[in-house]
Write a protein that binds this ligand. Structure first.
Ligand code: AMP
Length: 201
């Protein structure tokens, strides 16, 4: 467990029913211990990068509040991908579900398992545009503005599909409930207390 942070998650899918898989992934992320979905972008259709003989992707970006460590969050997201039936097909190939940690507060991490911020952020329209939708002032840890990055990208434009079910149901406030709302959940520690007074459940 670590101090409460906002993490930004990129979601993508292009096999099966991609919209439904992304909706279910959002529910699964929100159900993880010590995690709560705070904001979700619209769902966008997007031509594939890499091999072109695969269906279009559906992409979205979500912000979550969490006291998981980045490594524990990655393990949890990989578990959600596996539960959705993901198996490796080919590099940049089709997938039932892809969950990436785009950012974790202002942390910069480079380990064999984890690179944060995700190295592809600044190049990808399907990451930048949905992220800016929920966080217009977003910056990378080096200070660069995502809005400036978006002006530089030349990859495919996105096609808006619809708002996510998560938002329409009004499960959470649209952007940031802050620590108070999180600490009202049974699985959230009281982040106002000293670290050693917190318990995971
Ligand atoms: P992918 O094919 O996108 O599911 O990514 C495969 C591997 O990338 C994962 O098993 C992770 O260990 C690694 N990886 C490195 N940085 C990240 C990140 N920021 N978010 C998700 N996976 C990452």
């Amino acid at each position: 467990m670590t101090a409460w942070q906002i993490a930004t998650i990129g979601l993508g899918a292009n096999l099966g029913d991609p919209v439904d898989q992304i909706e279910r992934a959002l529910e699964a992320i929100d159900s993880l211990p010590l995690c709560q979905v705070l904001a979700v972008s619209g769902l966008y259709a997007n031509p594939p990068i890499g091999p072109q003989d695969q269906p279009d992707y559906v992409n979205a970006v979500a912000e979550i509040g969490t006291t998981l460590t980045p490594e524990a969050l990655l393990r949890a997201l990989k578990g959600i991908e596996r539960a959705a039936g993901r198996s490796y097909i080919r590099h940049w190939g089709e997938r039932v579900l892809d969950l990436d940690i785009l950012a974790f507060g202002d942390r910069e991490i480079t380990t064999p398992e984890l690179t944060i911020p995700h190295p592809e952020i600044a190049k990808r329209h399907f990451v930048l545009a949905p992220w800016l939708e929920i966080r217009p002032e977003a910056r990378l840890p080096d200070g660069s503005r995502l809005a400036d990055c978006l002006e530089e990208v030349s990859d495919h434009p996105l096609r808006f599909l619809r708002l996510p079910r998560w938002q329409r149901q009004g499960v959470g406030p649209p952007i940031e409930p802050g620590v108070e709302a999180l600490s009202q959940r049974a699985d959230m520690p009281d982040s106002s207390g000293p670290p050693d007074s917190r318990s995971p459940s």
